[in-house]
Design a protein around this ligand. Structure first.
Ligand code: ZN
Length: 312
């Protein structure tokens, strides 16, 4: 375990690495208003688990990641490969260098997803509806005081996830050549995509286990349930996958095959969900996705959107 001052050094390194976060070309291409600036800060004076985004200037937004969240992700990246052996199955995890590379890859994949998710709240105009003007907090312990209903919040969170999905996919495509070099010859092309999905299934499951320190019970979530987030993530990722330059296009049956292989391997084989429960969850996740666009349309946030892209 690291001391407080060691964590400060780690936080500083992560903060300087995160400066590159928003510069991948595919990401910038999606983000239309290049005049708006985003900053990322790790709050080392607060070790609780939270993240927020707020307007900090005329055309400037600040994303705050609380120290406790960063440490929890760091610890998760250390344990995940042993806890979820189906992840990165065709890599030599006994080789210390490979394992450390994959650990760092996991940590930044998760850290960046959360930062992109926060960024997406600002891009999509959600801040105007959050608690207080121009602020969105992820884990609202007192969500019942929020003026926004939990029903609407969950749909806005799903929209932020859908944007963040596209951003992390752009980063994955950047890193794919290095992953190809490191994997064993047993790895086939679709295994890379399945691994990419697993990584985020684990993150969503982790969010589902967060404990509210005041009540000593699970955080009252204003996000879709973890399975629904995984389903949305997989659907958006594979939906976009058909049109990526430099990647062989996948047919609809291939896309469906990847989604079902990844969800079954993670939830049924590894997490021991029963086949019946899995089927019910799939149906309810699809039904949830069907309610997102209609709810967004009633919230009247069009004028507050920074990103003018209608659909990803
Ligand atoms: Zn959010």
């Amino acid at each position: 375990m690291y001391t407080e001052s060691e964590w400060k050094v780690i936080f500083n390194n992560i903060e300087s690495n995160s400066i590159n976060l928003f510069h991948a070309k595919d990401v910038v291409d999606v983000y239309k208003d290049k005049n708006t600036r985003f900053k990322i800060k790790i709050i080392d004076s607060n070790y609780s688990i939270n993240a927020k985004v707020y307007r900090s200037g005329e055309s400037e937004y600040t994303i705050e990641m609380f120290g406790g969240l960063v440490i929890a992700l760091y610890n998760l990246s250390t344990d995940a490969m042993d806890k979820f052996p189906h992840m990165f199955k065709n890599y030599d995890k006994n080789d210390a260098e490979t394992k450390e590379y994959l650990r760092q890859y996991l940590f930044y994949a998760w850290f960046d997803f959360i930062a992109f998710h926060e960024w997406s709240h600002a891009l999509c105009g959600h801040l105007i509806l959050g608690e207080g003007k121009s602020l969105w907090t992820e884990f609202r312990v007192h969500s019942n005081q929020d003026k926004l209903s939990c029903y609407a919040s969950m749909r806005l969170e799903a929209e932020a996830d859908s944007y963040a999905t596209k951003f992390v996919l752009a980063r994955f495509i950047d890193i794919l050549p290095s992953l190809r070099q490191m994997a064993t010859k047993d790895q086939v092309e679709t295994d890379y995509y399945i691994d990419h999905l697993f990584i985020y299934f684990v993150l969503f499951d982790f969010f589902g286990t967060l404990i509210d320190p005041k009540k000593d019970s699970k955080v009252e979530s204003t996000h879709p349930e973890p399975f629904h987030r995984s389903f949305i993530f997989a659907s958006f990722t594979m939906g976009v996958f058909k049109d990526i330059k430099g990647i062989s296009p996948l047919s609809v049956p291939e896309v469906n095959d990847i989604i079902s292989k990844a969800t079954l391997a993670h939830y049924v084989l590894s997490e021991k969900m029963s086949g019946d429960d899995f089927f019910i969850k799939m149906m309810s996740a699809a039904a949830f996705m069907g309610t997102v666009d209609d709810t967004l349309a009633t919230l009247n946030i069009k004028d507050y959107r920074i990103c003018k892209t209608q659909k990803l």
